[in-house]
Every structure is written in C-alpha cells, then in structure tokens.
Design a protein around this ligand. Structure first.
Ligand SMILES: C[S@@+](CC[C@H](N)C(=O)[O-])C[C@H]1O[C@@H](n2cnc3c(N)ncnc32)[C@H](O)[C@@H]1O
Length: 236
C-alpha cells in the first residue's frame, strides 16, 4: 500500500510523462478503447458489486449517468433483472455494447450529454453514476446535482461511485494541469475532454449537501461510493 506522499510523487511523474500527449475528446476516447474497456475496468469489480448493493432493492426505476457498457448495471440486473433503467451516455459505441450484452432487459439508451438531460420532477427511485463525474468542474456538478435532486422521488437515492482526490494537493495538481493543457492544446471551452479532475471527499460531499441531499453512507475503498438520500418530505 502506497503512502500519500508516494502516491503524489507517482502522480507528478505521470503528469510530467504525459505533458505532450494531446487531450482526447470524451466520447472518441471511450469509443477508441472499447475493445479492452471492460478488462481495463475490472479493477473496480468489487465497487460494481457495492454500488448494486447500495441501490435499495425496492428501486424499480433507475437513471444511470455515464452508463458506458453497463458494468454497474450487470450487477444491478443480477440482483433484480426486472429493474427498469434509463442510461445516458455521450458515446454511442458504449451504449451499443450495453444493448448487445442485455437485449432482454428493460433498458432505454439515451445518447446525450447528461448536463443537457431533462431529469423531470420526482421520476426516479434512484439515480446512479460510476466513474464518470470526475471529469467535470465543481461549478457544473453543482448545477447537475441540483437537477438530480429535483428528478429523484422523495425518499429516493443518488448513488455516486467515483474517483475521489486523496487530498487538496491532488485536486489542485490535476486542475492546474487540466487548465494548462486545455489552453496549450487550444481546446474550446465547451468541448469535453478525457482528463481526470476529481474532488476531495470533503468538496464532493459539500456539493451534494448543497443540492439538498443527506449523505447516508460512504464506502471509501476501491472507488469511493457515496449514498445520498432525498428526504421523504421536502419542505419548500
Ligand atoms: C469511465 S466510463 C464509466 C462507464 C460505466 N459507468 C462503468 O463504470 O463502466 C465514463 C463514461 O461516462 C461517459 N460520459 C462522460 N461525460 C459524459 C457526459 N457529459 N454525458 C454523458 N456521458 C458522459 C463516457 O462516454 C463514458 O462512457
């Protein structure tokens, strides 16, 4: 097990080694790597099981943000094959693979940017997202979490599994590198690129609480999983 200092040294070396590597557009990044994507993500096997366990059994209607090829859904459907899922993802090829794997499931693919998605009012028993939101700035997530809160039914949950920065230094290092690279590679402001800018647990949970959620449980091993609950009765 690495110490925090060793981890940060490794991260700084990786940032130096990749300095000249151009940033790739988000959906192209995943489409290009589709062949060995699931094998690459198998390091999170335990987290996929934990995220499925964190979704209450009574949830019938789930929205998955950045569902990819559906690795978390493989586990959710294993527990409850009848669960109805809408999966939003920018990458058509990832969604097609999910559809190939699960032709028999109640699944609605939406090939769209989840920041533009209409969550509706109190429609979802659970909203989930795994390893997707760490690519975005806190200002964008703040607005998204507010929309998720509005879309979840009273008493429902948002289960977020994601890469969490180990400390402020990691958060700042990656943000600075992202800004510097976007500028150097002349990436337009509205283009999504694949570069990790995770928040610390303190900053991530603060955003979720600001949106109105109560943090019910945090499983901080492998990928972190944060279970957030919307109150049964919302006082406006
Ligand atoms: C690392 S993959 C995770 C996929 C899946 N949740 C899993 O764990 O296997 C991140 C996914 O998020 C999707 N994604 C990234 N930004 C997105 C956005 N703004 N709107 C919709 N999907 C997005 C990518 O296309 C990709 O499929």
């Amino acid at each position: 097990m690495k110490t925090q200092e060793e981890y940060l040294q490794g991260l700084k070396k990786w940032l130096r080694d990749t300095e000249e590597v151009p940033l790739e557009e988000m959906s192209e990044f995943f489409a290009k790597r589709l062949g060995d994507y699931e094998e690459h993500m198998s390091v999170w096997e335990k987290s996929y099981r934990l995220i499925a366990e964190a979704v209450p059994d009574e949830c019938r209607k789930i929205l998955d943000l950045g569902c990819g090829t559906g690795l978390e859904l493989d586990q959710i459907w294993k527990r409850n094959p009848e669960t109805e899922v809408t999966g939003v993802d920018l990458c058509r090829d990832m969604l097609d693979k999910l559809l190939d794997k699960h032709p028999d499931k109640r699944f609605t693919p939406v090939c769209q940017d989840y920041f533009q998605y209409d969550f509706g009012r109190e429609q979802w028993d659970a909203v989930i997202s795994f390893e997707s939101l760490h690519h975005f700035w806190p200002e964008c997530k703040k607005e998204l979490y507010r929309k998720i809160y509005g879309g979840v039914k009273a008493g429902g949950v948002f289960v977020l599994g994601d890469y969490i920065a180990c400390c402020d230094e990691e958060e700042e290092l990656l943000r600075e590198a992202c800004l510097e690279r976007r500028k150097r590679f002349q990436i337009p402001e509205d283009r999504f690129v694949h570069f990790d800018i995770p928040l610390t647990m303190e900053h991530e949970t603060a955003l979720l609480q600001e949106a109105g959620f109560r943090i019910e449980n945090i499983m901080d091993e492998n990928a972190a999983i944060i279970v957030c609950r919307k109150a049964d009765i919302v006082i406006l």
